[in-house]
Design a protein around this ligand. Structure first.
Ligand code: PSU
Ligand code: MN
Length: 299
């Protein structure tokens, strides 16, 4: 049974109780990662992709202080349109609840709430990680992966990050990182890959690795990383030029902390004439489909 401090949609609760496949979705990418109306469209497309596979979607957010697992259509629209929605990592959840805020949940907060509702698979675009040129701005997503047993299906960590360093931190935390039909860590919406990860060929193999990790007392979660579809991926040259410019703008405007990721994502979309936005949307929905396929195999 789920905890008494969170609201779980009836459909989600029933599916979890019956052991049917459920996929959690985060809300920070809706409220802060993508512009209107692409944000709402992508959120709806992700839910539809999960249903198409025969699984139940559960988008997660905090509404008026209530952690909510499985938003209604109206609640989804509210998170996509409302001004002043907080961005809550796990550290911010208690404040959002006690101060009765509307908060979109990042990967770390979504994992924690998914776990509380009994959901084991979660789809997003890219996890947070170690920012470039900062020793201390390391996303809470990494520590959450170290301690919460949820499989996060993504396209690696966001290209704006120091990806080799992010991968090293995941190793330190003993978080299994799986490449979906690849032996390298995908670089989000940029073409290319870094490092070396364990390759899995199918949703069944991914599910088997995650199940083994949990069974052996791994304690934490795991990452299943699927490359961005080639047709929409941005070349490394074009991306790096745009990122250098976006970083200069961030420094000039004094943007840091939780605002940095949303600022860079939106500036990059402008600088690439929408190419990063198109790629981000495509990979998010693609990951939702894969997550549903893995959730079916985990039963
Ligand atoms: N994936 C996307 N867009 C996003 C994010 C992920 O395609 O906006 C969000 C996730 O919620 C992730 C957060 O947890 O960015 C990381 O933020 P930070 O770097 O401040 O930890
Ligand atoms: Mn940060």
């Amino acid at each position: 049974m789920d905890a008494n401090w969170l609201v779980v949609a009836d459909e989600v609760r029933a599916a979890v109780a019956d052991g049917r496949p459920v996929v959690a979705l985060e809300s920070t990418l809706i409220a802060h990662g993508l512009p209107w109306p692409a944000n709402l469209e992508t959120a709806r497309e992700s839910e539809a992709a999960i249903r198409e596979q025969g699984a139940v979607p559960a988008t997660i957010a905090v509404l008026g202080g209530v952690p909510t697992v499985g938003l209604t259509a109206a609640q989804l629209e509210e998170i996509a349109t409302r001004e002043g929605v907080w961005k809550a990592s796990r550290r911010d959840l208690a404040a959002a609840v006690a101060l009765k805020k509307h908060a979109a949940t990042t990967v770390s907060a979504t994992m924690a709430l998914a776990r509380a509702a009994g959901i084991r698979v979660f789809a997003t675009g890219g996890i947070g990680g170690a920012h470039r040129e900062s020793d201390f701005d390391i996303s809470a997503d990494l520590t959450e992966l170290a301690r919460t047993p949820v499989l996060v299906v993504c396209s690696g960590a966001k290209s704006i990050l120091d990806l080799p360093r992010t991968l090293e931190i995941l190793e330190t935390y003993a978080v299994p990182v799986l490449g979906y039909q690849t032996e390298q860590f995908p670089t989000f919406y940029t073409a290319g890959a870094v490092g070396a990860v364990a390759r899995v060929e199918s949703p069944a193999e991914a599910a088997a690795v995650f199940a083994a990790h949990v069974r052996m007392g791994g304690g934490g979660g795991a990452v299943l990383a699927q490359p961005c579809p080639e047709a929409v991926a941005i070349s490394a040259e074009e991306f790096n030029l745009a990122l250098n410019e976006a970083e200069i703008d961030a420094t000039a405007e004094g943007i840091a902390g939780p605002q940095l990721t949303p600022f860079l994502l939106s500036r990059l979309a402008e600088l690439t004439q929408g190419k990063t936005l198109a790629a981000n949307r495509t990979l998010i929905v693609n990951n939702a489909t894969l997550a549903a396929q893995v959730a079916k195999e985990l039963l």
